[in-house]
Design a protein around this ligand. Structure first.
Ligand code: ZN
Length: 165
């Protein structure tokens, strides 16, 4: 029958443990009976201490992790939002630059065409010659701009991918 006493004590210890986490506990009579048994029985006292320790460490884990984890998560979310905002701003700037280039090209190309045509007839060269010169004049800045934009583009993706690590 002594074995049943230990069994009963351990059940009560377990109940005391769940009582700590908010479920129903022991009656006063059971509580004093358990305390009396724990005073006499070393193995049940060890069991009770181990149980208490496990419950305490289980309860302390979320308490210790939560504020730090929340702070870290918030910081990361804020960083990510800021990065997205920067990315949008830069794309907006690139878009404005492209529109500006397109607009100035639409204005300058007809004017430059006339200037090249006039210079061609003034220098006495044939049409294909000044037309080629005009072509180079128009294409080279466009090439330079696209190279610049590509360089900026890779810079942007470098920036963005850094946060994935
Ligand atoms: Zn015992």
């Amino acid at each position: 029958m002594t074995r049943d006493v230990h069994q009963q004590a351990r059940e009560w210890i377990a109940l005391t443990g769940t009582a700590l986490t908010g479920k129903d506990g022991l009656s006063d009579a059971q509580q004093s009976q358990l305390q009396a048994h724990l005073r006499e029985c070393d193995s049940c006292r060890e069991y009770a201490e181990a149980t208490t320790q496990v419950i305490r460490s289980l309860r302390s884990v979320p308490l210790a992790a939560t504020p730090a984890l929340v702070r870290r998560t918030q910081a990361r979310v804020r960083q990510h939002a800021q990065l997205l905002r920067q990315h949008k701003e830069r794309l907006w700037m690139v878009g404005i630059a492209c529109a500006g280039i397109g607009f100035s090209a639409a204005v300058t190309i007809p004017i430059m065409w006339r200037i090249f045509s006039w210079m061609g007839s003034w220098a006495g060269v044939s049409n294909p010659v000044w037309e080629t010169g005009f072509g180079i004049f128009v294409i080279v800045p466009a090439l330079l701009v696209s190279v610049l934009l590509l360089a900026r583009g890779t810079h942007l993706t470098d920036d963005a991918s850094r946060w994935h690590y």
